[in-house]
Design a protein around this ligand. Structure first.
Ligand code: CP
Length: 320
């Protein structure tokens, strides 16, 4: 496997889930695979879970790990070709990528959407430059439009906790004070649609996700109707994806607090598990009661990030 952005990169999802279950039973089982191999994890943005879980995954596989925070200690990088570099950016990504790749065998990249130019964000321009110019396997540790390590961890969690063969999984938009990228909901929807679950999502008008990730699936605009009978409720905020309203791309269109997931919402479900990728703003996205309930999976979900990253790095090491 040379790139990891989409479920199709993993091939058969059932097989990937079986691999994840095997790794969960013994996470050091493939420790010889990474001997004398180095993972470079490059962060353009902050992270707690991705940073730690991906490092741990590399350690599980016997790899060496290097972590670079571009904004703390590295030269400021220009990412656009053709720019006259007379500002505060000292190095161009087109030199930095081959230099960084000369020190490692596999590269992970974390880079968020800027939310001011839909075309630039949806072209995944920074991640694509790494794929094109590094000559090394590259995986997204959340990029402009996708967060596949999170979505795989979410799927592993649903597989672990599901009580029926084909559970009803509902992703609900929830309010947030700031504009957030669409990477998590894009990937969650894309992976759920590829998995053996009954998936719908619910959001206010204007928050419809890009067909690239949801196909022709339309949202249910009535949140209460969507949540009825759910086995899993996945809450997430995202800014306007600009599908029905291109001029509003990246904007906050609603802060309607009636969308916050609280005990009244959860009472509509089939005693559903609550999920969120974290970090989460309590009493904006979800009430204290719901996130602290025994049915909250936010911690096991985060723990499964180690498993999803181990599966992905294992696949990449096997392809070297
Ligand atoms: N869920 C997630 O990716 O968390 P971090 O942003 O802390 O890595």
């Amino acid at each position: 496997m040379n790139t990891f952005l989409y479920p199709s990169d993993l091939g058969n999802l059932s097989q990937a889930l079986a691999e994840a279950a095997e790794i969960k039973r013994d996470r050091y089982r493939h420790q010889s695979l990474g001997h004398n191999k180095t993972a470079l994890l490059i962060f353009f943005n902050n992270s707690l879970r991705t940073r730690l879980s991906t490092q741990k995954a590399a350690i599980n596989l016997g790899m060496n790990v290097m972590v670079l925070d571009i904004n703390q200690g590295a030269w400021k990088l220009e990412t656009e070709r053709g720019v006259v570099m007379d500002g505060d950016k000292s190095e161009h990504l087109l030199e930095a990528i081959p230099v960084m790749s000369s020190y490692c065998d596999i590269i992970g990249v974390r880079t968020f959407a800027h939310l001011d130019n839909r075309e630039a964000d949806y072209s995944e321009s920074i991640l694509r430059q790494f794929i094109e110019h590094s000559g090394k396997p590259v995986f997204s540790m959340e990029s402009a439009t996708v967060h596949p390590l999170q979505a795989l961890a979410d799927l592993i969690t649903i597989e672990q906790y599901k009580k029926t063969e084909r559970p009803k999984v509902v992703m609900t938009w929830a309010p947030h004070p700031k504009a957030l990228p669409q990477a998590v909901p894009n990937s969650f929807a894309q992976w759920m649609l590829a998995a053996d679950v009954d998936f719908i999502y619910t959001c206010p008008k204007g928050y419809e996700l890009d067909p690239q990730f949801v196909g022709d699936l339309q949202p249910e605009y009535d949140q209460q109707k969507a949540m009825a009978g759910a086995d899993f409720v996945y809450a997430k905020n995202w800014s306007c994806p600009g599908v029905t309203c291109p001029a509003d791309y990246g904007k906050v269109l609603s802060k309607d607090m009636s969308w916050m997931v609280d005990t009244d919402h959860m009472a509509l479900t089939n005693n559903a598990y609550f999920m969120h990728c974290l970090p989460v703003r309590r009493n904006m996205i979800v009430s204290d009661d719901v996130i602290e309930a025994p049915t909250s999976l936010v911690i096991p979900e985060a723990a499964n990030r180690e498993i999803s990253a181990t599966v992905v790095l294992k696949r990449m090491l096997e392809s070297l």
